[in-house]
Design a binder for this molecule. Structure first.
Ligand code: PEP
Ligand code: MN
Length: 358
């Protein structure tokens, strides 16, 4: 073979490459057109039966030198790339995304408009322990002009031997006190079957970190007309968190508040690591209000004020923290709940911060 022959074959190869390139792109364009039609008809883009038929047809016409397996493999790659193209064209923007809805969602909870650009607080004990305990906190909360009273009636505890909460009785206590002080109740529900009963007593259904991916619970919360405060899972990515909110939204309940509550890392100085960057990311990616729970994210009373300031500085719509008349004897989270005096100081400090930065 002369040098000239080699050159000629190389030129031929270059031309074949260019022809293949053109054909592959032509195929891609045709696939995109099919994708448009399927999208309009609500059909799935991937059709395994059709793909099998196309592969069979190619194998039938295959005269070599490639064997059938290789042909199948090569075309499968082309099919896959074309399919990806269809999916990119029609990737549905999530309902909770800014892409879908650029304006901020504002959630009205008994006149408190979460997401309106003002700072909102959710305060109350970790767990409802008694009427007197909640009432004392509610009084202090009310005095500070706060509307949202929290308290756990169903407590998801790490140990089954720890206080599990008062259950329905706890919700009844919260409701009674909230009505007496004209407050709104935020309380965690852990069981999809409890939702229907619970909505009589709560103004906001809280879904806790441990249940962020309890999809049946998310669906049940999505089926009712009651705002939901969804907390980020202990080791959930931001994308998983957003998808959890999408579960609720996609069932028809768009009143969702996202709550960053710290994630599990190797750091032991704090109970969890407050992922402060999650706040602006969630604000950018979704149209939902975002709050920060400074109690569970830090597990340290001395960090509540600085972390709350950080949350507000990065654009959080609200701050959650736990308050107990006598934290030392609290049945849960005694190390980090604020007593009433500490709570008053916390609020004074934050009010000053908000005023000086507005
Ligand atoms: C709570 O807020 O009461 C609680 C249990 O928090 P988390 O689900 O974030 O641990
Ligand atoms: Mn707690």
């Amino acid at each position: 073979m002369s040098h000239n022959d080699l050159e000629q074959l190389r030129t031929q190869l270059d031309n074949i490459n260019l022809q293949l390139l053109e054909l592959i792109n032509k195929r891609a364009e045709t696939v995109q057109q099919i994708g448009q039609i399927k999208y309009k008809q609500g059909m799935k883009v991937f059709d395994p039966i059709r793909e099998r038929e196309m592969l069979n047809q190619l194998v039938e016409h295959n005269n070599g030198p490639f064997d059938n397996k290789t042909i199948e493999h090569l075309f499968k790659e082309i099919f896959k790339a074309c399919l990806e193209l269809q999916e990119v064209d029609h990737r549905k923007a999530l309902l909770v995304s800014r892409k879908k809805k650029p304006e901020d969602t504002i959630i009205d909870i008994k006149g408190e408009k979460i997401g309106n650009g003002k700072t909102h607080f959710v305060m109350g004990p970790c767990a409802v322990e008694s009427y007197e305990q909640v009432a004392e906190v509610a009084k202090a909360v009310k005095q500070k002009g706060i509307k949202l009273l929290r308290g756990g009636a169903f407590k998801p505890r790490t140990s089954p031997y720890d206080f599990q909460g008062l259950g329905l009785e706890g919700l009844q206590i919260l409701r009674q006190i909230a009505d007496e002080y004209d407050l709104a109740v935020v309380s965690e529900i852990v069981n999809p079957a409890h939702i229907e009963n619970a909505i009589e007593y709560v103004d906001v259904i809280q879904i806790g970190a441990r249940n962020m991916q309890n999809f049946e619970l998310l669906k049940a919360a999505g089926d009712v007309d009651k705002p939901v405060l969804l907390k980020r899972g202990l080791s959930a990515t931001i994308s998983e968190f957003i998808n959890a909110a999408e579960y609720i939204f996609s069932r028809g309940n768009g009143n969702i508040i996202l709550c960053e509550r710290g994630i599990r890392t190797y750091e032991k100085a704090t109970r969890n690591t407050l992922d402060i960057s999650a706040v602006p990311i969630l604000k950018q990616e979704t149209h939902l209000p975002v709050m920060v729970d400074v109690t569970h994210s830090t597990g340290r009373r001395d960090l509540l004020v600085p972390m709350a300031k950080a949350a507000l500085a990065v654009g959080a719509d609200g701050v959650m923290a736990e308050v107990h008349p006598d934290p030392a004897v609290a049945l849960s989270d005694s190390a980090q709940q604020m007593d009433i005096q500490t709570f008053n100081d916390f609020m004074d400090e934050l009010d000053r911060y908000v005023i000086s930065h507005s």
